[in-house]
Design a protein around this ligand. Sequence first.
Ligand code: AMP
Ligand code: MG
Length: 343
Amino acid sequence: MVVLGIESTAHTASVGIVDERAKVVALASDMHRPAQGGIHPREAANHHVEVLPGLVRRALEDGRVRPSEVDAVAFAQGPGLGPCLRAGATVARMLAMAWQRPLVPVNHCVAHVEIARVLSGLDDPILLYASGGNTQVIAHARGRYRVLGETLDIGIGNFLDKLWIALGGTFPGGPELEREAREGTELHPLPYSVHGMDIAFSGMMTAALALRTKGVSRPDLAYSVEVTAYGMLTEITERALAHLRGVSVVLGGGVACNERLRGMVRTMVEERGGTMFAPPRSLCVDNGAMIAWTGHLAHRAGIAVAVEASAVEPRQRTDHVATPWRPAGPRGPTLPAAAAAAG
Ligand code: AMP
Ligand code: MG
């Protein structure tokens, strides 16, 4: 039994095929890289429309999967950029209709948690989700994933990308900034914006650009930004562990590819006697395999949507969607459907 999943929430179009034991049978991805500046939703959507049919074909060929062997088609319903989401949803609807298979909507953030959870073997980890558009600390409680803390302005990846472009680099900035930060030696103080469980980056952006104009070298600036920003993420993750008496943390999102962030979170979790797991990089960044795997879980729990009712939800929040495939767990009983719908 395999599920085909389509991811298209932002800059990456991706098709994954995953079997019922979470084995990634095939994964074909293509990232939109603007020649200059950040992502424009319409241009990214045009890219996805162009590449998705080829990615579907490649995934089926690579995985040696016949359409008749696909049990369901899953797609990222939200959150994300409207035009990009619609590009992926349109392809998913078409495949579901052509192959006469159920169409399964998946929340993108929940998919990051679920792929990390199954790969780690950890039953009830807290997720630090650090991506371009999203930065959240997520845990499961009472029938759904809850956002315990998040960025109050922009996602950490967008912050790194914007900063890097302002410093003369190109998109995506995170990996380049990581390379340059390795050469940094001097730590310059930057605004450390932690507000309870939430964080913010705009003050750091302003201060970092001001330091650059005062002559601070780019490697030192990259180093200072990484240490400060990842310190903030590590702190709110630790606070979540303490509040929930959690013992394990998984990472997700493109920024979770970063070695310094992985190291800082690992040190914090292990000092508390817990376990930290980061998926391989291809499954940390946006990918169709996590959509396919979460599609499996949802499909098995009876979730499917009619094509007419499958509108994308650009602002769909992590805690908007129920997770009937997860037992209520130690953090309280699953709410009855009506109560859950009322929030
Ligand atoms: P996502 O939105 O989850 O696909 O992640 C994309 C974001 O991850 C972009 O903002 C990238 O700059 C960022 N990113 C990717 N690799 C790294 C890295 N090694 N260090 C920091 N940020 C990264
Ligand atoms: Mg993502």
